[in-house]
Write a protein that binds this ligand. Structure first.
Ligand code: ATP
Length: 270
C-alpha cells in the first residue's frame, strides 16, 4: 500500500533552470528548504529553528510540484510525494498510518523532501457536519501536525505542501512551527510566459517566423502547464504536415485547438 500511495524518487531530474517565470518563488523556496538541508549546523549555531514547512499555493499547473522536485534534486535529497487525496480515501485509521509511514520513510532516506500535494484534502477548515468521514480526516491532519511538531530531532527532512485552495485551509496548519512559510505561485505574466515557451521548445526546431515575445503576449491566463501543452500540440501540427520544423502557423493552430477543446486555456482546473 505504501508504494501505491507514495511516489519516491531518489533523484528527480527537474532543475531550477527548467522553471520559468517564478524566479522570486524559486529563491524563497531555496532559502527555506535548501539552506537547512545543506547546512543544518548553521541554524544550530545561530540558535534558530529553520522554517518547518513550506506551503506553496496558487492555481493548478504553475510549477509547484516542479519547485519541490527541483529543490530535492539540487540538494541531493530523496523526493517523496503523497497526494492529500490519497490520505483521505482510506479505511478508518489508514490515513494516520500513511502519514506515519511517510515520515518514517523520509527518516530512512534522509536527506529527504516530503511533498504533500492537495494538502486541502486533509487540512480543510472544519465544517459543521460531524460525519464520521470528517472525523477521520481530522485524525489524519492531527497525525500530520504531530509528526511536524516532532521535527526538531528529525534531521534532514524538509516538508513542502501545495494547494490550489488556500482559502479553504484550517488555520491550525498555518501556525508557527507548522506550514509557516507561505509562498504564492501565480500564473506567469508575459515575460514569464516567454521564458516558459523557451524552456519547453528548447529541444524543438522552431522556424524563424516564430516570435516568442509576441506569442507570449497572446497567451493571457495560460499557466505553465497550459504552455507546455501548447508547445506539444504545435509540434503535433508540424508532424501532421510532415515537417520537422515548427512554424508560427502551428502555434496558431495549437492555440485554437487547446482553447476550443477546453473553452479556455485552463485544462486542469478542479
Ligand atoms: P497542480 O496544482 O495541478 O498539481 P503544479 O503547480 O504542481 O500543478 P506542476 O506539476 O509543477 O504544476 O506543472 C505541470 C507541468 O507544467 C510541468 O511538468 C511543466 O511541464 C509545466 N510547467 C508548469 N509551470 C511551469 C513553469 N513555471 N515553468 C516551466 N514549466 C512549467
Amino acid at each position: 500500500a505504501r508504494a501505491q500511495a507514495m511516489e519516491v524518487d531518489a533523484s528527480p531530474e527537474v532543475t531550477y533552470d527548467d522553471i520559468g517565470g517564478i524566479d522570486d518563488q524559486v529563491r524563497e523556496v531555496r532559502e527555506a528548504v535548501e539552506a537547512p538541508l545543506v547546512d543544518a549546523d548553521q541554524f544550530r549555531e545561530v540558535g534558530i529553528q529553520p522554517p518547518s514547512g513550506v506551503l506553496l499555493h496558487g492555481p493548478p499547473g504553475t510549477g509547484k510540484t516542479m519547485l519541490a522536485k527541483a529543490v530535492a534534486n539540487e540538494t541531493d535529497a530523496t523526493f517523496i510525494k503523497m497526494a492529500g487525496s490519497e490520505l483521505v480515501r482510506k479505511f478508518i485509521g489508514e490515513g494516520a498510518r500513511l502519514v506515519r509511514d511517510l515520515f518514517k520513510l523520509a527518516a530512512e532516506r534522509e536527506p529527504a523532501v516530503i511533498f504533500i500535494d492537495e494538502i486541502d484534502a486533509v487540512a480543510a477548515k472544519r465544517t459543521d457536519s460531524k460525519t464520521s468521514g470528517d472525523a477521520e480526516v481530522q485524525r489524519t491532519m492531527m497525525q500530520l501536525l504531530s509528526e511536524m511538531d516532532g521535527f526538531d530531532d528529525r534531521g534532514e527532512i524538509r516538508i513542502i505542501a501545495a494547494t490550489n485552495r488556500f482559502d479553504m485551509l484550517d488555520d491550525a496548519i498555518l501556525r508557527p512551527g507548522r506550514f509557516d512559510r507561505l509562498i504564492e505561485v501565480p500564473k506567469p505574466g508575459p515575460e514569464g510566459r516567454e521564458r516558459i515557451l523557451e524552456i519547453h521548445t528548447a529541444d524543438m526546431s522552431v522556424a524563424d517566423d516564430v516570435d516568442f515575445a509576441d506569442l507570449a503576449l497572446e497567451l493571457d491566463d495560460y499557466s505553465g502547464a497550459d504552455i507546455a501543452a501548447l508547445t506539444t500540440e504545435a509540434g503535433m501540427f508540424a508532424i501532421r504536415d510532415e515537417r520537422t520544423t515548427v512554424r508560427r502557423e502551428d502555434f496558431e493552430n495549437a492555440r485554437e485547438k487547446v482553447e476550443t477543446d477546453t473553452e479556455g486555456p485552463v485544462f486542469n482546473d478542479g
